[in-house]
Design a binder for this molecule. Structure first.
Ligand SMILES: [Zn+2]
Length: 133
């Protein structure tokens, strides 16, 4: 059994897999973790399903190929949650993602905004707080 990309300790089947297969995340922290795992495993449909409609509208038909290209050229080495604040319709998650692209460090720390849209939590926008790990 493989470990989930979002955690060093939990198996994928008991962590993010049910979300990738259709379960809606109960909160934005679970959404954050499951989106990270989806990027790591190139589950592009899930990234689309959990992105704010304005993001998909802005990227248009390139959305899937852009996400797929990012997934395939990036190694996902770890996710670290620093803070999580939510109310009923909005949530902020501050995290670090440890990444490499072509053996170069591509890590960053980001504060992400998530909102409930059409009944499910979605990623709306993010602010990069710093590059590097
Ligand atoms: Zn996970």
């Amino acid at each position: 059994m493989r470990k989930c990309p979002c955690s060093e300790n939990i198996f994928y089947a008991a962590c993010c897999k049910p979300y990738h297969e259709g379960k809606n995340p109960e909160n934005a922290l679970i959404l954050m973790r499951s989106r990270y795992a989806a990027y790591a495993l190139c589950v592009v449909d899930y990234i689309a399903k959990t992105s704010h409609l304005s993001i998909i509208a802005a990227e248009g038909k390139d959305f899937f190929s852009n996400v797929q290209a990012f997934c395939k050229t990036t190694s996902f080495l770890g996710l670290f949650i620093h803070s999580f604040v939510e109310n009923e319709q909005e949530a902020c998650v501050t995290f670090s993602a440890k990444l490499t692209q072509n053996t170069q460090d591509a890590s960053f720390q980001e504060k992400s905004l998530f909102v409930v849209e059409e009944g499910i939590w979605r990623y709306k926008e993010g602010k990069i707080l710093r590059a590097g790990f």
